[in-house]
Design a protein around this ligand. Sequence first.
Ligand SMILES: Cc1cc2nc3c(=O)[nH]c(=O)nc-3n(C[C@H](O)[C@H](O)[C@H](O)COP(=O)(O)OP(=O)(O)OC[C@H]3O[C@@H](n4cnc5c(N)ncnc54)[C@H](O)[C@@H]3O)c2cc1C
Length: 309
Amino acid sequence: MSVMRSALLAVSENRWMRSHGQKLWFVKRAVRWFMPGETFDDMIAAAATLRPFGIHAIFTRLGENVADWSEADAVTAHYVDAIDRIKAAGIICEPSVKPTQLGLDLDRERCFQNLCTLASRAKDCGNYLWIDMEQSPYVDATIDVATRLRAQFDNVGVCLQAYLHRSMDDLLALRSRGVGVRLVKGAYMEPAAVAIQAKSALDEHYFALAAAMLEPSGRPAGFRAVFGTHDIPLIARIQAHAERAGLAPGGVEIHMLFGIQRAEQLRLAASGATVRVLIAYGTFWFPWYMRRLAERPANVWFVIKSLFA
Ligand SMILES: Cc1cc2nc3c(=O)[nH]c(=O)nc-3n(C[C@H](O)[C@H](O)[C@H](O)COP(=O)(O)OP(=O)(O)OC[C@H]3O[C@@H](n4cnc5c(N)ncnc54)[C@H](O)[C@@H]3O)c2cc1C
């Protein structure tokens, strides 16, 4: 892991920086590249700009590790209202939520109840609920709640991180239960004991997991395979594999983040791939933004440039 990447990830987890970093005006200005605005309406407006290109959205209200139930319950209420508003507007826009924002640090069962509320509302509205994956100590609990949710609702998927050594076992278990999987590389600082550190080995692991996700015989009804990556050569490799397995181009679903690889998002959608873009909003964006900088340390230039803009 590069020194810059480690430093940015350390900053993302620093408590003081989490509450003070986002007050810096030049950081506020630079984050706009990845986040169209802090409100739900900003997210909806950005989603509308993608729709003419056949790209639908996923949305997330930024926040993590809430410290009390009033916050976790308010976040749940926000998502219920958001799902209703999306249904009323007649648009396609799927929620993606962080378990620690719904109270996982406080009590797993009550967090599960909050997730049930969201999955149930999403089901009633013809929507789908994505569950994000956070740092490795949360993986067991997150997979547990996702699996239990899937036993009650068929519109639930969870993120899996290819950098974790354990992910193939998790994938096979989730796939056999029909829990949707969004495969990403992984955004946190994790030790070598739990996570692959070298990029080439990580990319190979991602591809092996992707191939397992596309196996037709291993797919029970309802399993949704999604690839959350901006790695264009890797996407091309997965698409070629899918084609050899007899899947149509639209059968490979790709999710990217707002503001990253914009031209490729349009190109892929125009070529027939199913592309969705995750749009984040909210006021607690600092740790999330630091993780975006860490993914491509050259992004720090955006911050430096915005100092002088
Ligand atoms: C829809 C979605 C949901 C996600 N959810 C989670 C989650 O729940 N848990 C989690 O741990 N991680 C999540 N991530 C983040 C993910 O783990 C990676 O950190 C992130 O996607 C970067 O990895 P990559 O696959 O794009 O590949 P990389 O090898 O990192 O990047 C490939 C290329 O994409 C471009 N690129 C990548 N990131 C950036 C960036 N920030 N700025 C500019 N260019 C960039 C660069 O050109 C780079 O060369 C999510 C990502 C997506 C797209």
